[in-house]
Design a binder for this molecule. Structure first.
Ligand SMILES: Cc1cc2nc3c(=O)[nH]c(=O)nc-3n(C[C@H](O)[C@H](O)[C@H](O)COP(=O)(O)O)c2cc1C
Length: 137
């Protein structure tokens, strides 16, 4: 299952995505850069930035990417990256995207994740691949 993710300069999400067995594509860092066009089912990983301080918590490049209907149509689910120090706003962006795009939040992890997080996400992505294959037959 393809993974599409945004990761800022701190690169935590990038480091997590690199450890997965599944292929991944990174959204551009700069908002002004062209976004990606994805033509196969994918899972999005998004960190949360600044929830609860009167600012949008979804990174701008994630919004730009999901404003393309063709991309939204291929979105299977969302994984949240965040920090539990943010309390009730932990991984808020994943919930915002899930609600707007009517897909489930599949998992949440903190910062660059643990080896257990990587294993669980890999297994979940394996299951999603199998499900896609079954529905294709
Ligand atoms: C200014 C700032 C605001 C943040 N706000 C939140 C938040 O509201 N909720 C949350 O779960 N994490 C929040 N985080 C934590 C990041 O989502 C977390 O560090 C994430 O792993 C960053 O991923 P990245 O390095 O790939 O961009 C915030 C981090 C920063 C620097």
């Amino acid at each position: 299952m393809l993974v599409v993710y945004y990761s800022s300069g701190s690169q935590y999400t990038h480091r997590f995505a690199e450890k997965l067995k599944h292929p991944s594509r990174r959204l551009p860092l700069l908002t002004k850069s062209d976004t990606l066009l994805i033509e196969e089912p994918f899972v999005l990983i998004t960190p949360t930035y600044g929830a609860g301080v009167n600012r949008g918590s979804v990174p701008k490049q994630v919004i730009k990417f999901l404003n393309v209907k063709a991309n939204r149509d291929k979105l299977v689910g969302v994984i949240g990256a965040g920090n539990t120090n943010f309390g009730e706003n932990y991984c808020r962006a994943a919930y915002t995207v899930a609600q707007k795009c009517k897909v489930p939040v599949l998992y949440r992890f903190e910062l660059l994740g643990t080896p257990e997080d990587v294993e669980k996400v890999d297994k979940g992505l394996d299951l999603l691949c199998q499900r896609q294959l079954n529905t294709a037959i």
